[in-house]
Write a protein that binds this ligand. Structure first.
Ligand code: ADP
Ligand code: MG
Length: 723
């Protein structure tokens, strides 16, 4: 099939498609967490003592003794076998944004040739995937390439089904033989630990005598696009890179604002419900779904959970979204910018910290005392964002997310904090010293009664801020839709830990000289004097802000990944991760290398696809059209008639310009020598990307000139509007 024919076929198939509703939908009570070996399941199947031990491990992360591990493994095996499981897999999260799995059978054969199922505590706890094919940023010499996976008992084991069998999935950490973290889970667990320790210190100084372990929470809103797979399969760019590298704008885009929260197309809703039923079986609390701003764009958000579990669930959700889409004849695009000119996709990472004794510490409390804790934790976040803005930018850096950040749709590439009018005023008053003398002491409320009534109306929220306080949590909005939430969570937990340590040190001294309220206010005043610059409540998209942020406030505007990743090499960032014990200098350096390499590889693949599609798909279509036109022209001249040649001239000019750019891009791709990784990233961010854009510019012109009948690629209007 060539050209338009495949597009017509696709449209025919879509229009005649039977909806693929599954017959499996069941009441929530029947399916909720039915495929999860969680505490409830363990309580039913373990002895009291074993249950007590594992519960403690699950809730506090304390190591599990081998004897209990054996008991848990045995119970797990029984539970899984009863559900028809034959294989188990250690699931882990390497430095790419994907999930990795190594599957092993329960089967062993004995000397009589019988097959038996074996699964011991040690098999549960430890696996040994050959790690050499995972990116490790030169941590491991290839001759010592062994890595190992170890069960993370704080994240529940679950079963994954296919039509032909089921596998027991065991969430794991992944480390090198020498003990370095090769994954995204270990730093997340460590960052939570660091935050817990520092938070505990602050709360103790505040006179709290019962302090349960602090944990961070995460609720991630996931945006995605759905495109019918009949179209997607004719687009090598979508299949290989996740975004369209070519495509003229559709006459109708999102200008009518008619898609956001609009009625969900029936076929899409059937898909969403299928996804949600699967998530419920896995104990993932999918809570909202709706249309997003762009045509063909949707969102799903689960209810928030402990950060470590939420991060695993987020990965599982991305996998489920993609796999289920195939069954419904869609391809699910998690890329940050699948279509030029219309909104891209983000992942809002809602984050808070708290414990069972003091509650959510980012929630303004009911008493002035509660609010002192709240203000300290909130102040710690402000300081963190200011001090580590470039780090926060670097953990959301990817080739895909570069298309959103800084473009006029998504949060800008300048990291600032939005507090809302009331809370901003409280911190401003603290900074200006307005709360110190006249009001301090006694039972007065420090003017904080205003935040007791904090306005949680979402309509009020500043949508242009990359990092916003939303009533009882912060929302990191600049995270990319395809990214793991772990990187951002690690950065947030760690910067918070660092700030809480600073606060505790200051508070210790201040408490010696005065009463608690005054001590808190004086520490926060110093904090605001040094870091208040990061607080910004205005329009984050405006050019005035870009000017003011950089020139007056000294904040950094970091437009690309090439500019952002070097932050990981800064001394202050090394010091942050080393002092908190979250990442050793070697582990941090390896991350810089891996992420830089991924950035370059992504652009390399894109550039190759651009060259290939321009030469083998678009050029031939243009030439065929030119040949049609020239034949028509010749025929008409024979008849003594004249033809308007403006189209032929336009097509010919655009074709030549496109091929010139293709030649330049091919040549530019030959460069192999770079002074260092940063130079290589910059080369791709500037030279390669601009040549790719140049090729696209002319190709998109051709799309608007060449006969629709000959155009080989599904067009924007087809991919976005035909469902
Ligand atoms: P919106 O689109 O208005 O931001 P959503 O309801 O789509 O709101 O998503 C908000 C997300 O924030 C949900 O995942 C929700 O569970 C989560 N969330 C709510 N409270 C907290 C909290 N205290 N800590 C972390 N996440 C939270
Ligand atoms: Mg949100």
């Amino acid at each position: 099939m060539s050209g338009n024919e495949s597009r017509l076929q696709a449209i025919y198939q879509i229009t005649n498609r039977e909806p693929s509703a599954s017959d499996k939908t069941e009441p929530l009570g029947n399916i909720w967490a039915c495929d999860v070996f969680n505490l409830a399941t363990m309580e039913d199947s373990l002895s009291k003592n074993a249950y007590k031990a594992i519960k403690k491990t699950v809730q506090t992360g304390q190591a599990l003794d081998p004897a209990t591990a054996d008991i848990v493994a045995a119970a797990m095996k029984e539970w899984a076998l009863a559900k028809g499981v034959k294989f188990y897999s250690h699931v882990f999260y390497p430095l790419t944004n994907v999930t990795a799995e190594k599957h092993d059978g329960f089967i062993i054969t004995n000397s009589d040739g019988h097959a038996i199922n074996e699964f011991t505590g040690s098999l549960l706890i430890k696996g040994e995937p050959d790690g050499s094919s995972f990116p490790n940023g030169s941590i491991r010499m290839t001759n010592a390439a062994r890595g190992y996976t170890a069960w993370d008992p704080t994240s529940p084991v679950y079963i994954q089904h296919t039509d032909n069998g089921s596998t027991l999935m065991i969430p794991c950490v992944f480390m090198s033989w020498t003990g370095e973290a090769l994954d995204k889970k270990i730093p997340l667990l460590r960052s939570n630990d660091a935050m817990n320790k520092a938070g505990n210190r602050v709360l103790s100084l505040m006179g709290e005598d019962e302090i349960a372990p602090l944990n961070s929470s995460c609720g991630a809103e996931q945006e995605y696009f759905l495109v019918d797979s009949n179209f997607a399969n004719s687009r090598p760019d979508l299949l290989l890179t996740g975004r369209t590298l070519f495509g003229a704008a559709s006459a109708k885009g999102q200008q009518f604002d008619d898609h956001y929260f609009g009625a969900i197309p029936a076929r899409v809703q059937v898909y969403m419900q299928d996804v949600e039923d699967q998530l419920y079986r896995l104990g993932i609390p999918a809570k909202t779904h709706h249309n997003e701003v762009a045509p063909g764009q949707f969102e799903i958000a689960p209810y928030f959970e402990a950060a470590n579990v939420a991060a695993d669930h987020q990965q599982l959700m991305m996998t489920t979204l993609k796999a289920t889409a195939k069954r419904h004849g869609f391809i699910c695009l998690l890329h940050e910018k699948p279509f030029a000119g219309i909104n891209g996709s983000g992942k809002h990472v809602n984050w808070s910290v708290g414990n069972s004794t003091q509650g959510n510490l980012l929630d303004p409390g009911q008493t002035p005392h509660d609010n002192l804790n709240f203000l300290l934790f909130c102040g710690a976040v402000i300081r963190g964002v200011h001090k580590f803005g470039p780090l926060l930018r670097s953990v959301i850096a990817s080739a895909g997310n570069d298309h959103r950040l800084g473009a006029n749709e998504a949060p800008p590439a300048i990291l600032s904090v939005y507090l809302g009018d009331q809370l901003e005023k409280v911190f401003q008053d603290i900074k200006d010293g307005k709360l110190t003398d006249s009001q301090a002491g006694g039972e007065m409320d420090l003017g904080l009664s205003q935040i007791l009534n904090f306005d949680r109306d979402p309509g009020d929220r500043n949508r242009t801020s990359p990092f916003a306080f939303t009533g009882n949590r912060f929302e990191f909005r600049a995270v990319g839709s395809a990214q793991s939430v772990s990187g951002p969570l690690v950065a947030m937990n760690t910067m918070l830990a660092d700030s809480l340590i600073w606060i505790a040190d200051k508070l210790e001294v201040a408490l010696k000289n005065g009463d608690q309220t005054q001590a808190v206010i004086s520490v926060l005043q110093e904090l605001m004097n040094d870091h208040g610059h990061a607080v910004f409540g205005g329009d984050g998209y405006s050019s005035e802000w870009h000017e003011e942020a950089v020139a007056k406030r000294g904040l950094k505007n970091i437009p690309t990944t090439a500019d952002a990743l070097p932050a990981l090499q800064e001394a202050s960032v090394k010091e942050l991760f080393e002092s908190t014990g979250v990442l050793s200098p070697v582990e941090l350096a390896s991350r810089y290398e891996v992420y830089a390499e991924q950035y370059v590889l992504s652009l390399e693949v894109e550039a190759k696809v651009v060259i290939d599609m321009a030469k083998t798909t678009i050029y031939p279509a243009a030439v065929r059209y030119l040949s049609d036109l020239s034949m028509a022209n010749a025929g008409l001249s024979e008849m003594g008639l004249e033809m308007d040649n403006s189209t032929a001239s336009a097509v010919s000019a655009a074709t030549n310009a496109m091929m010139t750019a293709v030649a330049q891009l091919s040549k530019a791709m030959e460069k192999e020598e770079f002074s260092d990784t940063e130079a290589q990233m910059q080369y791709f961010a500037n030279d390669i990307l601009s040549l790719m854009n140049e090729v696209r510019l002319h190709a998109d012109t051709l799309e608007t000139e060449v006969s629709d009948e000959l155009w080989p690629l599904p067009k924007y209007q087809e991919m976005l509007f035909i469902k």
